[in-house]
Design a protein around this ligand. Structure first.
Ligand SMILES: *Cc1c(COP(=O)(O)O)cnc(C)c1O
Length: 448
């Protein structure tokens, strides 16, 4: 039975080649454990908005000030997304037009800094994002990264050291956020440091947006000049970015005396017309749908369950003798620390993928291996929790990860066995946005 396949009938008859690829991915996502911490499953309502005719319309500009006619409804949709974003995060201003998280960050640099300015951010190997000043990105080539990161010994941020670096370097902007930091950020301390040196404070909450709205992670909005985020990842919206900010600029006189625009307006102008053209209205509509969902009690419980699940997974691995970066987790992700292992992060991640446990290799603090192999494996619980998994399933998964790791390097047979068990577990759930696509019997017969 493929009841949910009906949704793609037109695609199937019109472009069977593309349809086969889509179906392959649907099978994969229905039968493996999605443990990449930046991924999730969006619900049907989000997919419907993303796939709607709103993709047809051009509406460069902002609500009430467009460069095309016929945008009355678009104005309402964008205003709805903006109002929901502001209310969800308690922000003074929101811009929902960035095409994704990276363009959102580019707009932040454009609004707050000038080329060549010093910007404090974590380098990619230490868990920062490319757009936090890493060399191969615009943020590293056009601006000067002042690096900080977790202590190589403890894997935890050392705030005294961060304060020292900030005092010495006096950057224009400090970016707080990361892609593989398993602990919470103390925005209060970052704010103190930023104020002391008159630096802008920006939180990039791309990974932890859902934890913040659920109250399962400290809230950066009161402390930061700008907060940058994706709408996907934990928030379960479409692939897109958005920006929250204060309206007034606390350093306007000092840094932007010649500009007549306040902070909110400079953010808007940095997104459009400086960096982007027409907004993706289908995506903005889907974002509004996701913001509505994220404001529910159900989502609050989801956020807390993500953390409970991740803690349980961490305990399961620690009990079985595995080491974790920073010794554990406070959020939605953990990083296995393989510095003492003979196997690299790349080898372990590949073996786990063969077993249907999809995660990624990642540098750990104090890593002695190259970024192409690493000594870490990063994994998280947002998508599993969306499926409905709880602590009991985390125990089973920790057990599977353990046996796959122990079976290296000749792990083929073990991986195959675990893969079947993983598929069996996954098929007990109705996957959001996918439904029940693959039947248990197909897995048993190995037809997928
Ligand atoms: C994912 C992520 C981004 C970028 O998002 P994209 O949508 O992939 O461009 C930016 N910052 C952080 C911390 C992220 O995790």
């Amino acid at each position: 039975m493929r009841n949910d396949a009906e949704r793609y009938q037109r695609l199937k008859s019109e472009d069977p080649q593309l349809y086969r690829l889509l179906e392959g991915q649907i099978h994969a996502e229905s039968t493996t454990l999605k443990m990449i911490p930046s991924e999730n499953y969006v619900r049907f309502a989000v997919l419907e908005a993303t796939g709607s005719i709103l993709t047809n319309k051009y509406c460069e500009g902002y609500p009430g000030a467009r460069y095309y006619e016929g945008n009355e409804i678009m104005d309402e949709i964008e205003s709805l997304a903006i109002e929901r974003a502001k209310s969800l995060f308690g922000a003074e201003h929101a811009n929902v037009q960035p095409y994704s998280g990276s363009p959102a960050n580019q707009a932040v640099f454009r609004a707050l800094c000038r080329p060549g300015d010093k910007v404090m951010g974590m380098p990619v190997p230490q868990g920062g994002h490319l757009t936090h000043g890493w060399g191969v990105s615009f943020s590293g080539s056009d601006y000067t990264q002042i690096p900080y990161g977790p202590d190589p010994e403890t894997g935890i941020l050392d705030y005294d050291e961060i304060r020292e670096i900030a005092r010495r370097e006096r950057p224009r902007m400090i970016i707080v956020g990361g892609t593989s930091y398993p602990r919470v950020f103390d925005y209060h301390v970052f704010d103190e440091i930023a104020r002391e040196i008159d630096a802008y404070l920006v939180a990039d909450i791309a990974h932890i947006n859902g934890l913040i709205v659920a109250g399962a992670h400290p809230d950066p909005v009161p402390f930061c000049d700008v907060v940058s985020s994706t709408a996907h990842k934990m928030l379960r919206g479409p692939r897109a970015g958005f920006l929250l900010s204060k309206i007034e600029d606390r350093y306007h006189e000092k840094y932007h005396a010649k500009s007549r625009f306040n902070l909110a307006k400079r953010i808007d102008r940095a997104v459009f017309p400086a960096l982007q053209g027409g907004p993706h209205m289908n995506v903005i509509a889907a974002m509004a749908v996701a913001f509505r969902e994220a404001a529910t009690e159900e989502f609050r419980q989801y956020g807390h369950q993500v953390v409970k699940n991740c803690r349980r997974l961490a305990e399961g691995l620690l009990e079985r003798g595995h080491e974790l970066a920073s010794g554990g987790t406070d959020n939605h992700l953990l990083v296995m620390d393989l510095r003492k292992s003979q196997f690299t992060g790349k080898e372990v991640a590949k073996a786990l993928a063969d077993a249907g446990i999809i995660c990624n290799f990642n540098m750990v603090p104090g890593d002695h291996r190259k970024p192409a192999v690493t000594s870490g494996v990063r994994m998280g619980t947002p998508a599993l929790t969306t499926m409905g998994m709880k602590e009991a399933e985390m125990d089973r998964i920790a057990g599977w990860i353990d046996v796959v790791c122990r079976s290296l390097p000749d792990c083929e047979e073990t991986a195959q066995r675990v893969r079947n068990e993983v598929a069996e577990l996954c098929l007990q759930y109705e996957v959001p946005g996918i439904g029940r696509w693959v039947e248990q019997s197909e897995v048993v017969q190995g037809t997928f």
